[in-house]
Write a protein that binds this ligand. Structure first.
Ligand SMILES: Cc1ncc(COP(=O)(O)O)c(C=O)c1O
Length: 381
């Protein structure tokens, strides 16, 4: 079996991740931050260690500014619903995932003004258009760090500079890049970074988070869920302390134990080495697929402008047929269709059919990529 669906979720998880989750359940199964007994204290220590690991990975000064959520979607919704009010203006791009577009469309119906800047047909974002879209009422600019459809990377440093120059806040959707591309939040002072734990950070499903950068005054951001935090229990009002303000209810301790182990595993391999490996695989995929008659690769040609994700179509064949044959005849597992990102597919010209998406991971080998390319060649013939 060749697993090329890491953009959906990474698999297999490192043994260290599984072990950390087993250890949590067997040795630290208390409710973190609630009771004062040893199992609760140990659970709290493991959750805090995961916070520290994430803070170190993104060079965040204060680990308490890492807010754990269920996934990137939850983190994005927290910013959108917590920050925006009727009359505010938001700028985003035509390459976004539905994790961004659906809450934005709902907010638009409730009076938030929305500008969607169109990207080019390979996913390239025109920074000039972002700047021209910003008005005096623009409160937030939201950009996908990398497309989950074609891998195109967006220039988040420049977007941050432009938005901040005009007094707007910046939310980066790093669902596809956390653990894959180096991100330094001291060097790039964006305001909010949403990440997911189960893709490039090799944690389990049900983990993710929002990083609120140091300069953001959290009085601006209302929580979307309120409830018990284990702290300041004498008050019926939600506490303002971080991360409790945004983390009500029992956290996913077992998942966060796995996430902490995943982040440490990524750190030990080194993000630069991971990036170099994925670029090499993306190069092989691009060259191999583009050389097959009838195969059309959608997205950037240059691998330094993308993650390892490569999307393609085969002339005269439904993507579902290609995906089904890859799985059944060749053991190649990938994702076909619209990848929860209809706007991106409209931009790339692949709506409504979608594409076949190959997404290698850290443990994918060159040989596996060669086998997958050969399988596409046979199907295209
Ligand atoms: C670009 C992008 N944003 C957001 C998400 C949502 O991530 P999650 O499923 O962890 O909520 C995904 C997941 O595929 C994604 O690729």
């Amino acid at each position: 079996m060749i697993y090329l669906d890491h953009a959906a979720t990474s698999w297999p998880k490192p043994p260290e991740v599984t072990q950390a989750m087993i250890d949590f359940l067997e040795r630290a199964g208390g409710n973190p931050g609630r009771s004062g007994h040893r199992l609760s204290i140990e659970a709290g220590r493991i959750v805090y260690a995961a916070r520290e690991a994430v803070a170190e990975l993104f060079n965040v000064f204060d680990p308490l500014r890492i807010i754990f959520t269920l996934n990137a979607t939850h983190a994005i919704n927290l910013v959108l619903h917590g920050l925006l009010h009727s009359g505010d203006h938001v700028v985003t791009t035509s390459m976004e995932h539905n994790a961004v577009m659906r809450p934005l469309r709902a907010l638009e119906a409730a009076g938030v003004q929305l500008t969607v800047v169109p990207c080019a047909s390979d996913g390239t974002l025109d920074l000039g258009q972002i700047e021209r879209a910003i008005t005096s009422s623009t409160r937030l600019v939201i950009v996908n760090h990398a497309s989950n459809v074609c891998g195109m990377l967006q220039p988040i440093e420049e977007v941050t500079t432009i938005a901040r120059h005009h007094g707007a806040r910046v939310l980066i959707d790093a669902a596809q890049t956390a653990g894959v591309i180096p991100i330094d939040l001291q060097a790039t002072p964006l305001d909010f970074l949403a990440f997911t734990g189960h893709k490039g950070l090799y944690g389990p499903p049900g983990t993710g988070g929002l990083i609120i950068n140091d300069q953001v005054d959290t009085h601006l951001l209302e929580p979307v869920v309120r409830g018990g935090t284990g702290s300041r229990s004498e008050f019926e009002k939600q506490p303002n302390d971080l991360p409790d303000k945004y983390e009500s209810g029992t956290p996913n301790g077992v998942g966060l134990a796995g996430l902490g182990a995943g982040v440490r595993w990524v750190q030990a391999r080194g993000i630069d080495a991971i990036r170099a490996h994925e670029q090499e695989l993306a190069q092989l995929l691009n060259e191999g697929l583009r050389a097959i008659a009838g195969v059309n690769v959608h997205g950037p040609v240059e691998v330094d402008r993308s993650t390892g994700v490569v999307s393609f179509t085969v002339a005269g064949k439904r993507v579902s047929e290609v995906g089904g044959r890859l799985d059944e005849e060749f053991g190649v597992l990938c994702r076909v269709g619209l990848h929860c990102a209809p706007a991106a597919h409209r931009t790339l010209g692949t709506f409504p059919e979608g594409t076949v998406r190959f997404a290698p991971g850290v443990l994918t080998t060159r040989e596996e990529i060669q086998t997958a390319v050969h399988a596409v060649e046979v199907i295209a013939r």
